[in-house]
Design a protein around this ligand. Structure first.
Ligand code: AHM
Ligand code: MG
Length: 335
């Protein structure tokens, strides 16, 4: 009815954050403001993506390569800058670390009062940009420990358990923001008329088992024998189906909602796989655990991995508890 529809439309993201913390404490206000700024970044990126076929600056490469040696796209750069701009004059975030920046970026006017660090992958799945299919942004918030006066950011080298918020924005047929601040996982859909993220699914639980396995099987001969054995197993048993879009956020979103497993194992060329711990694997691991699922390297929980450096990579096996355990059983058989 009328009242119900109005109530639903009023459950905006910032209101939801406050509701969950049930307080007007400084922390609750901070987290609400943080999520609001992240949402703004998401809206700006979504706006540009919506028209990307028409705007010259939105497609193609810049001609530079990033720290990881990957060709930078114009959209990667734009999105990276949007997150920085969104946090200027916020007094919240002193530091941002992203896939596109070798070293963390400090916002001078927010330091040292900003008590939080934002870790993010501004555009994940960039190879999908030029063909107009799904991409995403991934983020995590950590409390800044100490003063970081020498700008070494060494306090960031902590396991994912230290995250206080994490989530992603999925730029698909609609734009969605999925987040957790340690009280379950919640999804919001951008209403383009309101320009607001409105609650669409609360307390998402990932099924204990799901049919989907999501992995780039083109790497088959690059994998360890244990992962080859796992894929042989799913080929030989009924009830599995393959889905892989080449963009982690979309592939993960499917698994969060419907169950199954996503994996990016190590390869002969990249023994740690491709995905980065601090701003790809750990935020999604935080979400999946909040939803009742699991994330593992094959031998260790992702949230327990102690990073050696900011851009560290890690093998990732993430999704439904039973599916993750099955992959682990193959990996651990060899050890
Ligand atoms: P990116 O952040 O440079 O876009 O790379 C990450 C992406 C993930 O979204 C996706 O899961 C993976 O790379 C796909 O890699 P591949 O093409 O090797 O299957
Ligand atoms: Mg990425």
């Amino acid at each position: 009815d009328h009242k119900h529809a109005i109530d639903r439309d009023c459950t905006t993201l910032s209101r939801h954050v406050l509701q969950q913390l049930q307080s007007f404490s400084a922390d609750a206000q901070d987290l609400s403001a943080l999520m609001n700024r992240i949402a703004l970044a998401g809206k700006l990126i979504a706006r540009r993506l919506t028209r990307s076929g028409l705007v010259e600056e939105a497609l193609g490469f810049t001609g530079d390569t990033n720290v990881q040696g990957e060709a930078v796209k114009k959209m990667d750069l734009y999105a990276n800058q949007v997150f920085i701009s969104a946090f200027e004059q916020s007094g919240l975030v002193c530091r941002l670390a992203s896939e596109e920046m070798e070293k963390p970026y400090y916002i001078p006017e927010n330091c040292p009062i900003g008590r939080y660090t934002l870790l993010y992958d501004p555009i994940d799945g960039s190879s999908n940009l030029d063909i107009n299919i799904n991409v995403g942004s991934i983020f995590a918030v950590r409390r800044q420990e100490g003063e970081d006066l020498d700008e070494s950011a060494s306090d960031l080298l902590q396991p994912g358990h230290n995250q206080i918020a994490a989530g992603y924005i999925l730029y698909g047929p609609s734009t969605m923001l999925v987040y957790s601040i340690g009280h379950g996982v919640h999804a919001f859909t951008l209403d383009p008329n309101l320009g607001e993220f409105i609650l669409s699914q609360e307390n998402i639980r990932v099924p204990d088992h799901g049919p989907v396995y999501s992995v780039n099987e083109g790497n088959f001969w690059q994998w360890d024998e244990s992962i080859r054995e796992f894929t042989r197993y799913v080929h030989q048993h009924q009830g599995y189906t393959a889905r892989y879009s080449g963009a982690l956020v979309g592939d993960f979103h499917r698994i969060l909602l419907q169950g199954g497993v996503f994996l990016y194992p190590g390869t002969a060329r990249k023994p740690e796989g491709k995905l980065r711990l601090l701003y790809e694997s750990a935020p999604l691991a935080y979400l999946i655990e909040q939803a009742g699922g699991r994330a593992s390297t094959g031998i260790q929980d992702i949230l327990e991995v102690m990073p050696d450096e900011i851009h560290q990579r890690t093998p990732l096996i993430i999704g439904s508890r039973e599916n993750v355990a099955l992959v682990e059983s193959f990996v651990q058989r060899d050890t």
